[in-house]
Write a protein that binds this ligand. Structure first.
Ligand SMILES: Nc1ncnc2c1ncn2[C@@H]1O[C@H](COP(=O)(O)OP(=O)(O)OP(=O)(O)O)[C@@H](O)[C@H]1O
Ligand SMILES: [Mg+2]
Length: 278
């Protein structure tokens, strides 16, 4: 789906490289989680996939990024946006139309769709995002979770194959977070979209990501299935990566030699606790 090949990037005027010799493949249909401390380079990595880096944000860019075989140096951001949808942290910064349906229509305007097809796409995307019935609503009146689902609806209306989400839930309350995470799961598991997601809710990644990479100071230092990555409890704690709650307890049980593994999910943890208590 996408391939990052030996990429280094330094923002114009910055002293240090934000990414250093990063290589990463994103497979079709997979759910890839990205973890790392603040300032490690997660957002910078996200901006590679639709060509915002190097087209809209300047700096020193080495290496190549391919999306569906297209080199992002050669393809435009507009062209790449039809393949890769980008969703950012702050939903307010992504919404600027008067109604919910206009917001989605706006994203489609440059597509040259006829009115009927446009209407179909809008209602399809809003339905999928659970926003049916809110078509005429003023976006600032929506809840945080609804706003972020609207941002996602605007992006999926373009029918991209891949979704890149940069901390989409970090500014939401628990209910909004839950809504957005369920939508992302649905888009990946049922609609087959490839997902790349920066997310601090590691419990969620443990359950739903196929693979996780950990970024530190611009480098990928750990990569693997969530089970493998979350087994590295000490390293993750040193990096300030929040452990899934079940893994935290699992790691204590491992220390006490009551479990072979730290990276247990909730179900496995409960089963083990049940067994231990006889
Ligand atoms: N526009 C910019 N100009 C200059 N330096 C930048 C710019 N954006 C980010 N940086 C620097 O690049 C490095 C990586 O930043 P990035 O935003 O990718 O990290 P992050 O992992 O997303 O952090 P956070 O968890 O806080 O969102 C940091 O040192 C940051 O200060
Ligand atoms: Mg960031």
């Amino acid at each position: 789906m996408a391939k990052v090949e030996d990429v280094s990037f330094r923002y114009a005027g910055a002293r240090d490289y934000a990414l250093k010799d990063v290589s990463l493949e994103v497979r079709e249909g997979e759910f890839l989680g990205i973890l790392g401390a603040s300032g490690s380079g997660k957002s910078t990595l996200c901006l590679l996939f639709n060509g915002i880096i190097p087209h809209s944000i300047g700096g020193e860019f080495e290496g190549n990024v391919y999306v569906k075989g297209k080199n992002t140096r050669e393809a435009s951001v507009a062209e790449l946006s039809t393949i890769v949808g980008l969703v950012l942290q702050n939903p307010d910064a992504q919404l600027f139309n008067m109604t919910v349906e206009e917001e989605v229509a706006f994203a489609l305007e440059n597509f040259g769709l006829d009115r009927e097809e446009m209407r179909k796409r809008i209602s399809w995307a809003l339905k999928l995002a659970g926003l049916e019935g809110l078509e005429k609503e003023f976006p600032p009146n929506l809840s945080g979770g609804q706003k972020q689902r609207l941002a996602i609806a605007s992006v999926i209306a373009m029918k991209p194959e891949m979704l890149v989400l940069d901390e989409p839930t970090s500014q939401l309350d628990p209910l909004g977070r839950e809504q957005v995470l369920s939508l992302v799961t649905l888009l990946n598991k049922e609609k087959g979209l490839t997902v790349v997601m920066v997310e601090h809710n590691t419990d969620y990644l443990l359950n739903f990501a196929d693979r996780v990479v950990v970024v530190d100071k611009g480098e990928i230092i750990l990569e693997g299935r969530p089970r493998e990555v979350f087994e590295e409890v000490e390293l993750l704690e040193r990096l300030g990566v929040k452990l899934p709650a079940s893994v935290k307890i699992g790691s204590t049980l491992k220390e006490w030699r009551l479990s072979k593994k730290a990276a247990l999910n909730e179900k496995e943890l409960l089963a083990l606790l049940n067994e231990l208590m006889g």
